[in-house]
Design a protein around this ligand. Sequence first.
Ligand code: SF4
Length: 317
Amino acid sequence: MFGLKSDPSTELPERYFSLEDYEGGVARWCPGCGDLGVLTAVQRICRAEQLPPEKVVCVSGIGCSSRFPHYVGTYGFHGLHGRPLPVACGIKSRRPDLTVWVATGDGDCCSIGAGHWIHALRYNMDMVVMLFDNSVYGLTKKQTSPTTPQGMSTNTHPSGAWLPPLDPLTAMLGMTNVSFLAQTVDWNPAHLHATLAAAYRHKGLGFVRILQRCPTYSAGVFEDLQRDPSRLLMLTGPRGIQVEPAIANMFPNKREHDPSDLGTARAICEAHDPVPIGLLFQDESRPCYDAFTNHGLGMPTADKVAALEKELDRFTV
Ligand code: SF4
């Protein structure tokens, strides 16, 4: 009968999301910029997981990669320099049902945003954080960033960067409550996709450092790694990033690694050469702060007001 739930004419068609559903504005990155591949990978993961676009938020700070939310057909927040992580944590606190992708650069995350970086890792809220590391401030036209190689000429250090670069991997392996840490490269789409998908599936903060090409301002930084894949060390193993054999065969240097072994992860990263790609560390037993901040979300308004009144009464004199 008309109007009954069993009447097929009243049932909404099941939604299917295509790649176009996750497309936003036309990307205005330079031709050959590594950010383009990361954008495609995230859109493909959203489609594979059939995430309703209105249930996804992309959050960023400031920098070339931070234009990311404009190019994804979901909710987005393009915020202040160095501040994407507190915004993302706030979103996750109030809306645990949303999938949160954070796009941040080496300057945004590891310099002005470093304080937030440390604490967001400690909070370990369920989200994916993508560090687009191109070793330079690209948006402001080639200034030295925390990860600029020593000796590289930039506009702020024309005779070469003075200090040794900060290594985000070794730094994070020393941070409290880190639960997922991986590294990948933008020029291998299959490994990039598999790494981001693993971070998405991780329960907690999945942090992925992406070695990202900037052909405009730091073209030479990853050139050797691209030309000679033996400079990369692919981490393998049953708990690692899984790729097809044809992709794995592209990397002659491999090492089986147990991502629960923090000490070995540190040793691999500290060696610097070869450069590791894959899952360095994972521990899903680490506490997630959103499990605490989500308490009381479904509380009726009257109960919230009563709880507030009770708190205010504590200060009655
Ligand atoms: Fe990409 Fe570099 Fe161009 Fe920025 S300046 S859009 S990082 S290639």
